[in-house]
Design a protein around this ligand. Structure first.
Ligand code: FAD
Ligand code: NAP
Ligand code: FMN
Length: 576
């Protein structure tokens, strides 16, 4: 069945057209589905809108739609940037599934709709029924802030909350599924959903069931005398049946460093052989701390307990004033072991200590190879986290698990997370601009391989930088050879510490702003990867300035231009 011609003729914006297209497709699907039953039944359309940076909220949104379908509902899933505020006002049932990014901010694909809905000009939404599922991580200060903001704003606009918001920590699967199982029956007028049947077929390998891969290559990319340590890894996925796309991430489940485990056991006054029941199994304390719990970064509960037991005035003061910045400064570089050693009255039984820990989490890494060029291996580009402080060497859990602990016999337990928006454009003739200093280069190595594999004719421009050219120009030979082969059309470099004044990728963007704007005007895609807190913000600012200056646009017009790029998925980021 064709979508009505009026959609193509009427003067709708791209977002309105996308939404209406979903709406009409929904109606027609319903009429087909119901044809043999009762053609006059009106099936309720549930709009599931997701705000997602790396695909988790997106996949939950699709799971919710699958469940809604089993309840006879018509569910239309949309990325928030496919909807504008006018389309939003016409919806009467909306489920919001959103993660939080940056420091309590919306994910990129949610920011434009959020700004419109949050504006004073937004009309009341008295007839809207909604519920929010917020994804986040309690280790961030502003836990689930984006979902909380949506929930509060919709209530403020007069919409009816049909089910209380659920805020999910990193182990989101169970609470997300409970939310779906609670909210969807409220929409379908049917009885509660059978809780035994899984919502969707789970992927073969996931966080709960990771693939036991093997590490084939562990190569130092930075020079031995560099101030940094960045490594190239090749991980075999042969025989797994798994595949990936350039732009996806690989999540690795590490184990903790054995020395850190034994130092912590000593600091809490245990011996490590204590037996503890964990997830239905009885396990020795030392094994539990090695494989099951986050022991480097202190949980809020552990921090509070150390403060209470020790009576440490400084720490208690920081915790009670709620000054998050001061607390973050105090904690910077101090891990659980430092805190235990600096507060030596803190002795715990094994059970008490374990009760204060969070589960050990996977770490995500942007894949630095193309799955087409390397179907049996996944390449990663990882900065090893190592720093000295409080008279000992500190090591990042996962980056040094890969660097130091894994040998050919060790399993690298991993699973993929697709990033459906961070992709090489389908149209091989369109230009790509890639900004990726430091490990931010990872997905762009994959993108360039992908363009090479596809024999794409589109131009490619990479902005790369790091501390010193001599020691930190990672993948130098590969990049120069891609340049010679004509795959990499332009390479702009910014080595920050080779001169007195810092020089960053955004300085190069400004320097070549005229050409950068021309590439955008030719339909170019703008990708950013790497540090979220400083680099990505400054690059965003520079992009706005370049567009305003070379497009001769006002500040507001430049913002609109950037928003349009975001809506069209031509400005996408993979930042961490
Ligand atoms: C989507 C995504 C993609 C990513 N891609 C990549 C990638 O391609 N390459 C890559 O290297 N990383 C990438 N990361 C980051 C990666 O997931 C991990 O966060 C990183 O490897 C650190 O993990 P870790 O377990 O080694 O360190 P952790 O054990 O998590 O320790 C990190 C903590 O150590 C502390 N710390 C770090 N440095 C210092 C210092 N100098 N002084 C004091 N304290 C310090 C900080 O508290 C920091 O939070 C990505 C993250 C995401 C979300
Ligand atoms: N969670 C973790 O522990 C962890 C581990 C690995 C990576 N990361 C994150 O990932 C980021 C990338 O790490 P990385 O090793 O790939 O790179 P990085 O060391 O942070 O930096 C790469 C380059 O970016 C420069 N830079 C610093 N501030 C910038 C800014 N505001 N704008 C543009 N460039 C800037 C750096 O310069 P200068 O340093 O000379 O200023 C350096 O030349 C880190 O910053 C960190 O946030 C985190
Ligand atoms: C750079 C970065 C910043 C984040 N900031 C927050 C935050 O401020 N608050 C929060 O609750 N979660 C935060 N998170 C956690 C994400 O919201 C969480 O991992 C979520 O499941 C990701 O979902 P997505 O894949 O759909 O984007 C952050 C994650 C990253 C990588």
């Amino acid at each position: 069945m064709k979508i009505p011609q009026l959609l193509h003729d009427a003067p709708y914006s791209e977002a309105q057209r996308a939404w209406l297209s979903g709406f009409f497709t929904g109606i027609y699907t319903n009429s087909i589905q119901n044809a043999g039953v009762n053609s006059s039944t009106t099936v309720r359309t549930v709009h599931i809108l997701y705000g997602s940076q790396t695909g988790t909220a997106e996949s939950v949104a699709y799971d919710a739609a699958a469940m809604a379908k089993t309840q006879g509902l018509k569910a239309v899933v949309n990325s928030m940037d496919a909807i504008d505020s006018i389309a939003f006002t016409t919806m009467d049932t909306v489920l919001i599934v959103t993660s939080t990014y940056g420091e309590g901010e919306m994910p990129d694909n949610a920011s434009v709709l959020w700004e419109a809905v949050n504006a004073d000009t937004m009309p009341r939404l008295e007839k809207l029924q909604y519920s929010v599922l917020a994804l986040g991580d309690t280790s961030y200060d502003l836990f689930c802030k984006a979902g909380i903001d949506w929930d509060n704003r919709l209530a403020e606009l007069g919409a009816t909350r049909i089910y209380e918001r659920v805020d999910c920590d990193v182990a989101y699967e169970a609470p997300a599924e409970n939310w779906m199982r609670s909210v969807i029956p409220q929409l379908s007028n049917s009885s509660a959903i059978d809780t035994d049947t899984p919502v969707t077929t789970p992927p073969q390998y996931s966080r709960k069931n990771p693939f036991p891969a093997s590490l084939l290559v562990n190569r130092l990319l930075t020079a031995a005398d560099s101030s940094k340590e960045t490594r190239h890894y090749e991980i075999s996925i042969a025989g797994s049946g798994l595949s990936y796309e350039a732009g996806d991430a690989l999540c690795v489940l590490p184990t903790n460093c054995p020395e850190l485990v034994s130092d912590i056991i000593q600091a809490i006054g245990c011996n490590g052989d204590e037996l503890e029941p964990i997830n239905g199994e009885v396990i020795r304390l030392q094994d539990a701390l090695r494989t099951q719990f986050e022991i480097k970064t202190p949980s809020k509960e552990l921090l509070q307990e150390i403060a209470t037991r020790s009576g440490n005035q400084e720490l208690n003061g920081l915790l009670s004033t709620g000054d998050k910045e001061q607390l973050a400064n105090y904690l910077w570089g101090r891990d659980s072991l430092d805190l235990l050693r600096q507060n030596p009255v803190c002795e715990f039984t094994a059970a008490e200590f374990i009760a204060l820990l969070k589960p050990l989490q996977h770490r995500a890494y942007s894949i630095s190879s193309s799955g087409k060029m390397y179907p049996e291996t996944v390449h990663l580009t990882v900065a090893s986290v190592r720093y000295d402080g409080y008279e000992r060497e500190h090591k990042g859990v996962c980056s040094t698990f890969l660097a130091d602990l894994v040998d050919e016999k060790t399993e690298v337990r991993c699973f993929f997370t697709p990033n459906k928006v961070f992709r090489v454009p389908d149209d091989n003739s369109l230009p790509m601009i890639m900004v990726g200093p430091g490990t931010g280069i990872a997905p762009f190595r994959a993108f360039l391989q992908e363009r090479q594999y596809r024999k794409a004719t589109g131009k490619n421009w990479l902005f790369f930088g790091d501390r010193n050219e001599e020691t930190d120009f990672i993948y130098r030979d590969e990049l120069l050879s891609l340049q010679q082969d004509g795959v990499l059309t332009r390479l702009e470099l910014a080595f920050s510490r080779d001169q007195v004044k810092k020089c960053y990728v955004q300085d190069r963007m400004r320097e070549y702003g005229k050409e950068l704007f021309e590439w955008l005007e030719q339909g170019g895609y703008f990708f950013v990867c790497g540090d979220a807190y400083r680099m990505a913000k400054d690059v965003d600012k520079a992009l706005l300035e370049v567009i305003a200056e070379h497009g001769k646009l006002s500040e507001q017009q430049a913002i609109d231009y950037v928003n349009q790029l975001k809506k069209n998925k031509r400005y996408v980021r993979d930042v961490y």
